[in-house]
Design a protein around this ligand. Structure first.
Ligand code: 5GP
Ligand code: ZN
Length: 167
């Protein structure tokens, strides 16, 4: 079975090293990492407009931005979505989001910003390597908010109870 979160394999790593057992569990994982567009960017195999990097994360401009300054924050470990995000060892991810968002807003003179993560195809995820969108927003930029649905009080209570019992 494919492991969802896998560290980039460095040239120094050896297959005999027990630390690499997770990586070696599956050939599919190796193929996934080799072909993943964001892993290619992280390895420097394809270019990107990088704006930030630390040990665990990289941030670069989206190639097809929703608005000027649209930036992606990407974990260097291959993982498919937010639920598989690795526990950060050194980086405070919220601080990175705030830092990058603040810079993107300031340099574009934006009026606000969205932080978004698309998880799964149904939610619009296209690149299956987890990433966080920082999207500067401008008054009257023409982008529409999500439409709302009506929900009955009983449905609301039912889903509330289910989520609480799952947590
Ligand atoms: P998703 O829908 O998966 O959340 O968003 C993926 C984002 O990655 C899209 O907004 C898309 O424009 C961006 N993207 C896809 N391929 C590349 C690439 O090669 N370079 C950069 N910088 N962005 C990319
Ligand atoms: Zn990847």
């Amino acid at each position: 079975m494919e492991k969802d979160c896998i560290q980039q394999k460095s040239a120094k790593q050896s297959s005999a090293d027990p630390k690499n057992q997770d990586f070696l569990k599956s050939k599919i994982s190796e193929d996934t990492i080799r072909d993943c567009i964001f892993c290619k960017i992280i390895r420097g195999e394809i270019p990107c407009s990088k704006v930030y990097e630390d040990k665990e994360f990289i941030a670069f401009l989206d190639i097809r931005p929703i608005n000027k300054g649209h930036t992606l924050i990407v974990p260097k470990i291959h993982c498919k979505d937010l639920l598989d995000f690795p526990k950060s060892e050194e980086t405070d991810l919220v601080e990175v989001i705030k830092k990058v968002a603040n810079a993107a807003v300031k340099v574009t003179s934006a009026d606000g910003f969205n932080v978004g993560v698309n998880n799964g195809k149904a939610a619009g995820q296209v690149v299956m390597h987890a990433h966080i969108h920082i999207i500067p927003r401008f008054d009257n930029d023409g982008l529409k908010s999500w439409p709302n649905k009506k929900i009955s009080e009983s449905e609301m209570q039912e889903v509330q109870k289910k989520i609480i019992s799952f947590l």
